[in-house]
Every structure is written in structure tokens, then in C-alpha cells.
Design a protein around this ligand. Sequence first.
Ligand SMILES: O=P(O)(O)OC[C@H]1O[C@H](OP(=O)(O)O)[C@H](O)[C@@H]1O
Length: 320
Amino acid sequence: MLLNETAEKIRSMEIRGAGRIARSAVGALRDHAAGLETSDTASFLRSMKEAADLLVATRPTAVSLPNAVQTVMRSLEGAKSVDEAKAAIKAAADSFILSSKHAVEWIGEIGARHISDGDVILTHCNSEAALACILTAHREGKAIEVFATEVRPRNQGLLTIRALNDAGIQTNFIVDSAVRSYINDVDLVITGADAITVNGAVVNKIGTAQIALTAHEARTPMVVAAETYKFAPRTILGERIAIEERETGEVLDRRIAAGLPHVRVRNPAFDVTPARYVDLIVTEIGAIPPAMAYMIIRDHLGWGIGEFHKAFEIDERIQE
Ligand SMILES: O=P(O)(O)OC[C@H]1O[C@H](OP(=O)(O)O)[C@H](O)[C@@H]1O
């Protein structure tokens, strides 16, 4: 898909979900690289850097996006010609997409082990990773029932209930504010994540923190299903995860809002659940407590402080 088209689809949420965003972005980078006609390495690198910046700027919160783009852009290091650079980008993008899909499968396998026959599960938003756990448990023959929230204002819950319905899983569709009314019927909460910070806090769809708090009070385990590339390396350096504020028309029709001059509509797309309300994070390399976030960043993402130096080197080469 074309670069600008992909960027627009991510911005408008036609392409959404932290994993899908990441895969689409690296696919767009790969296709952009293949289509560049220059033989000048510096101008190729410049164009790739602009493409990477454009994609990363589309949505600020899901760290899967910059992590994926960074993974692919790092493959440019050491490329001595445009052809070499194109081949490196393609290999890195294809490998990222494949391993991202495998990661979801592994998360499904591992997550399903935390689901018992007869469990009632509550999920929020539409997460590939969380759904993988639920669908795998169902495929294994466990009788499960799900509560799925509506997910105002973008109604991603509709995607979730369609997937659950298609699989033949008994599902209860509830408004976001009904979670506390049903939490005592729930054995396990499973959500996805858009970002996980070094201190194990989980950034996910708005409403997740309320659900986690409710689950904590009810002593219902809160499980987060997330690929390792959802962990945010720059939080080691004190960088905070930006919470995307989307346009207010998503929440209240602009014509109605125009007649309410004293009302300010707020529309944060994500919230932060502190680590103490998260029992387990299921990743493709195993289920871990949130306190292990630093080790995931250090050992499995392979960059942190060095990331800045690498990015700087690419900038220098562009200026040559
Ligand atoms: O990567 P997977 O597990 O599919 O999704 C992770 C998260 O991405 C989504 O964000 P949005 O709907 O794009 O704002 C939701 O917050 C979901 O929990």
C-alpha cells in the first residue's frame, strides 16, 4: 500500500490495533523503499527517514509503531548502496511481519493455559493478542463465556463480539459502565496493550484502568496480552507515553457541542493502568509479572539508550 494512504488509514483508525498498525507501517516502509527510484544513498536514506517520521507521527500512543519502524530502519545501518538498502529493508520488514504474527499465536498458546474450562472472561476493546488467548482456549475445547465491552467512542467492541460470535463463543455485550455490575461473574479479565512502560504500567484503550481497578477490588485476575514490541524502551530514559487525544466529534456531535459553549468535550483514547493492578503480562516469550518490564526491554528489544546514538548516525549519513 502507498505510504500516504497507509499513514492516513492509521490516523483515521481504518487500520487500528497496536499490532496491525505496526505491521501495516513496516509494510508501507518496505513498499516505499522498493518504489524509490534514486540511486543516491543519501537521498534514499533521507526519503526513508521522512517516511518513517510520517508513519510514526500518525498515532502517538501505541509504541508498537515506533518500535516496528525503528526495527526496520535499523536494517539500513551499514548498507553501502541503494540496492543493498532496499534488500535490507525488505528482509527486515518481512521478518517483522512474520514474527509479529507468530508472536500473536504464541501469546494465544500461553494465554490459553491461564484459562480454565468453564471460565467467564471479560475483555475490553479489540485486541488481537487478547482474542488469541480466548480463541485458543475455545479451540482447545474449554467451555468459556465472554463479557465484551462496547468501547465508546469508537465501538471496537463490535469487532470483538463479531470474532467471538463467529467462533461460536457465548458472549455478553455490555456498555463500558456495566463492568462493575458483572465483575463478580467474571473469573479473568484479559486485555491487550498499546504500550508497557519500564515500571510495568500498561497503556491501553480508555476504560482499561477502571476495569483493572474494579477487577482488583473483586479479586479477579487482570491479564494483559502483549507482544514484546509493545514495551517502551524510551521509558527507561524517563520518556512518558503520550496519550492520544482524538477529535471531540467522536464523543459528541459537533452541532450539539456548538450549542454548549460551557462544555468542553474530552476524548483521550488511552489510559494508564499501574503495574499493581496487573497480575500477569502474557508475551510471546512467556507470561511475566509487570515488574519484569525492564528485562524485556533490555534483553528482548535490544535497544534503549543506544537507540538515540543509532538514530543520530542515520541523521548524520543523510547530511553527508
Ligand atoms: O495489538 P492488539 O492486541 O490487536 O491491540 C492492542 C490495543 O490496540 C487498540 O488500540 P486502538 O483501537 O488502535 O486505539 C486497543 O487499545 C487494543 O487493546
